[in-house]
Design a protein around this ligand. Structure first.
Ligand code: ADP
Ligand code: NI
Length: 222
């Protein structure tokens, strides 16, 4: 098995039981998108592929302390004979991927921009919408509550720990993603997905507020 195949196995095994939107299929979609973006933007495809495969294995959410995730992946790369320069490049990409309530580090290379774009594209559109409701369900959050308003988070810790609702998450994160995408190819895809989410919210809130019902009632009778 080469390093890419081993990284794939590692991610499949690592996310076997995840129900919070970070399953292996998320990693697979991010990897496919990252490879597509790398080919379109003329970046190092293999580097993007392996960093995307390992990006969530390194996420601190899955480790005891901040920083443990990156060390864990570094150890894994060493044990699997990854050349030192490549180790450094992979870790530098992974270090800037996660959103962290807007408190993430800035990507330092085209490859880092691409993997961050690919991860963020998976948080928006129809799939992003589905992931958002799955996440809210897994963490006992309401899908919507008009009395709870969207907020900004003072730190990545607050973003991770404070409760919100699925609908608020659109205003707190998902609708802001389009503007944070780096590469032109990702921006084109992001535009479509953004429009879908806006249509979805309009319909959802319309149904919630009874707009459809009221409209029907106010139709003039012939
Ligand atoms: P990341 O920093 O890698 O985006 P998150 O855990 O914040 O990781 O996100 C995982 C998925 O769950 C994403 O699709 C994200 O938009 C969604 N998500 C994160 N926080 C919430 C939340 N409070 N309510 C609903 N969905 C959420
Ligand atoms: Ni991810």
């Amino acid at each position: 098995m080469n390093l890419i195949q081993k990284a794939e196995q590692k991610a499949i095994y690592f996310f076997e039981h995840d129900a919070t939107g970070h399953d292996w299929q998320h990693t697979k979609r991010v990897t496919d998108t990252a490879v597509f973006l790398a080919e379109t933007e003329g970046a190092d495809t293999e580097l993007c592929r392996i960093a995307a495969l390992l990006h969530d294995v390194a996420d601190d959410k899955f480790h005891d302390q901040d920083g443990d995730g990156l060390n864990y992946v570094q150890r894994w790369l060493k044990e699997n004979d990854c050349p030192e320069k490549m180790q450094k490049d992979i870790l530098s990409i992974i270090n800037t991927v996660s959103f962290k309530g807007g408190h993430n580090k800035t990507p330092e290379s085209l490859e880092a921009e691409i993997v961050q774009d690919a991860d963020r594209l998976d948080a928006i559109g129809a799939i992003g919408t589905a992931r958002c409701f799955m996440f809210a369900g897994a963490f006992n959050e309401a899908m919507h509550d008009p009395d709870i308003l969207p907020k900004t988070y003072g730190s990545s810790k607050a973003y991770r720990e404070e409760k919100s609702t699925a609908v608020n998450h659109f205003y707190e994160k998902l609708l802001t993603i389009k503007e944070t995408l780096h590469t032109p190819a990702a921006r084109t895809i992001g535009e479509e997905r953004h429009m879908f989410m806006k249509r979805f919210l309009e319909t959802f809130l319309g149904e919630w507020e009874g707009t459809a019902f009221n409209k029907e009632n106010s139709t003039p009778k012939g």
